[in-house]
Design a protein around this ligand. Structure first.
Ligand SMILES: Nc1ncnc2c1ncn2[C@@H]1O[C@H](COP(=O)(O)OP(=O)(O)OP(=O)(O)O)[C@@H](O)[C@H]1O
Ligand SMILES: [Mg+2]
Length: 269
């Protein structure tokens, strides 16, 4: 289902051009500042479109989605480093589907555990990490992973994401001038959309999915609320442990981290 381009979606595109074209958040991940971009909004609003464009490998120039822009920006930045600095880029893709974390590069890993340790911080056990040496290889891996996502048809979106999808780029730098190995993560999150079942006409399996998605988005809202509304000087309880999405959210806040949220709205919905 293609939507007629509304003034709002045009303004969203402008926002992406202005805010995300400078790609400074990509450069910061290279110098080991973890960065996250979360795309949030109602079902059918255009979140996956913003991430992928009209196909990860098919769009060019201004039509490109966020993912290919990030990949291009990342490799441009790495190419500009001095010749003495070696780098590796790894990519993982997972989805949180009905409270289970599934590895989109290896479907046999359908229940990855989120673990916390003093040594490693918060991490996903056994997640596949594809070594990426150039933008073409990254695009191919992104396409393979995207093909494994849980997608279903509703009355509001013919190809509705039924899971939250997380793209994790891990960048490591080994510089002759610096004895420490630097590591940064750049994480993009395409959330499944909130959904009114009377509008989406969800039934059976699709209805179960919608209930899980709505519940997890509400739990995420509680976590963000607790994080932003704490009283100064008091330790506030943050309900990270409520659901898999909220447990996962803690990973996004590890270390020196910056987070951007892109809220997608569509006036026709
Ligand atoms: N700016 C746009 N220009 C052209 N088509 C668009 C635009 N935004 C969205 N669409 C189209 O609208 C439909 C719904 O978009 P999309 O699947 O990205 O929504 P979504 O927010 O990811 O929904 P869900 O939460 O159900 O996954 C798709 O067919 C997509 O190609
Ligand atoms: Mg989607």
């Amino acid at each position: 289902m293609r939507k007629k381009e509304s003034s709002l979606s045009v303004s969203i595109k402008c926002f992406i051009k202005i805010r995300f074209q400078d790609l400074s958040y990509v450069y910061r991940s290279v110098i080991a500042i973890n960065g996250t971009i979360i795309v949030y909004g109602q079902t059918g609003a255009g979140k996956t479109y913003i991430m992928e464009g009209n196909g990860i490998t098919e769009c060019h120039g201004e039509e490109k989605g966020l993912l290919p822009r990030v990949v291009d920006g990342l490799f441009e930045c790495l190419k500009s480093l001095d010749a003495m600095t070696k780098f590796t880029v790894k990519l993982s893709m997972v989805e949180i589907y009905k409270e289970k974390v599934r590895d989109l590069f290896d479907l046999s890993k359908d229940n990855l555990q989120i673990k916390e340790s003093k040594l490693h911080g918060i991490y996903l056990t056994g997640v596949t990490e594809a070594l990426i040496s150039d933008p073409a290889e990254a695009s191919q891996n992104l396409l393979n992973g995207a093909a494994n996502r849980a997608v279903g048809e509703t009355e509001m979106n013919m190809a509705s994401s039924r899971s939250h999808c997380v793209y994790i780029f891990t960048i490591q730098l080994d510089s002759a001038n610096d004895r420490r190995l630097k590591s940064g993560k750049l994480i993009l999150v395409d959330l499944a959309g909130s959904e009114k079942v009377e509008k989406s006409g969800a039934e059976g399996k699709v209805l179960d999915e919608a209930k899980t998605v709505n519940k997890s988005l509400s739990a995420l809202g509680n976590v963000i609320n607790a994080l932003t509304n704490g009283s100064p000087g008091k330790t506030n309880h943050i309900p990270y442990r409520d659901l898999e999405l909220t447990r996962f959210y803690k990973i996004l806040l590890v270390g020196t981290a910056e987070q951007h949220c892109c809220v997608v709205a569509h006036p026709a919905l």
